[in-house]
Write a protein that binds this ligand. Sequence first.
Ligand code: NAD
Length: 374
Amino acid sequence: MPEIGIGLIGTGFMGKCHAMAFQNAASVFNTALRPRLTVVADIDEAAVSNFAGQFGFGRWTTDWTDLINDPHVDIVAITTPNFLHKEMALAAIAAGKHVYCEKPLALTSEDAHEMTQAAERAGVKTMVGYNYLKNPATALAREIIASGEIGDVVHFRGIHNEDYMADPAVPHSWRCTRDLGGTGALGDIGSHIISIALYLAGDIRAVNAQMQTVIEARPDPASPGAALPVENDDQTHAMVTFESGAMGTVECSRIAQGRKMHLAYEVTGTKGSIVFDQEQMNELHLFTAADQHRLGGFRRILIGPDHPHYGAFCPAPGHSLGFNDQKVIEVKCLLDGINGDETALYPGFRAGYEIEKIIDAMIRSDAEQAWVQV
Ligand code: NAD
């Protein structure tokens, strides 16, 4: 099996998730290309040297440009804070590497556009880490919608609420500033539910959004007793109109007390509905009007080997996949794409750019208190 060299930048939450996925994708899916953990980079020397040993990377560095210039690296995986994505991706593209970048793709749609054009001009393959699209339950939802089983989609209701910043004592970080994080809840998690809205209900034509910072200052981690201002949204919600004419709503919050991974959607069609919540990520609920008089309610579908990608992990239905398995599927799609299957490369940079355009439209809509065309 031919090997493909991996250069991973960042060893935090997503760095570990990517490393595990690169380790497992070839074994789980018997992919044509086998990832080789070539170099890992992080500015934290102790963390990166330890991480390299933990995962078996060939070497480590504290200089990400050294990783990009390594001739044995074919794919650059970027898992650093948002403000670094553009510079790192453009450098990787200029060096002719494929790029696997965490979401949100960039701080603005202009930056995302520049990255997309550079990748397309260079002919390198790209993937953006909207991993919830890889959940077999959501892939099944897309198949059901495409089959016409719930008729024409007339409404999409999407939520991504968590409580990771609900406590005002959570310190200030790059996530709270416009220059380093971009938007707040909207870019961090709202971008995920927007990715699902597009995947299930198609392009969004117009938005009418409200954004709000609720906790206006947070403790400065560098200076005990001092506080720094929070510059971006804790919660955002929007009405949206799809190109199809369907209506929808999208909301996100990082201060939703009690919500841990409430990425949820309800798709209403003319002949049925689909309901999903990532906190029960192995279940999809389907109602069809054809069932109305026989069953009268939703069917609870437990994900199994009949559904996209599940069978490679486990031959038995209902045994459940987890968060990290979505990333294994994402890496499998990236490897398939690099091996020639262009259809596997979704969402690439162009799709990431489409999401940034919607985020930008929501920012403008909030400022103008008006409907805005995307
Ligand atoms: P994190 O803080 O846990 O990790 C970031 C890492 O980047 C740290 O190890 C840090 O030392 C390193 N780093 C910072 N500057 C660097 C530099 N100049 N060179 C090399 N390394 C550097 O953050 P995280 O939660 O892993 O988030 C990282 C990215 O992943 C963000 O863009 C975030 O939006 C995204 N993310 C995606 C998901 C998902 O479900 N797809 C979940 C969480 C985070």
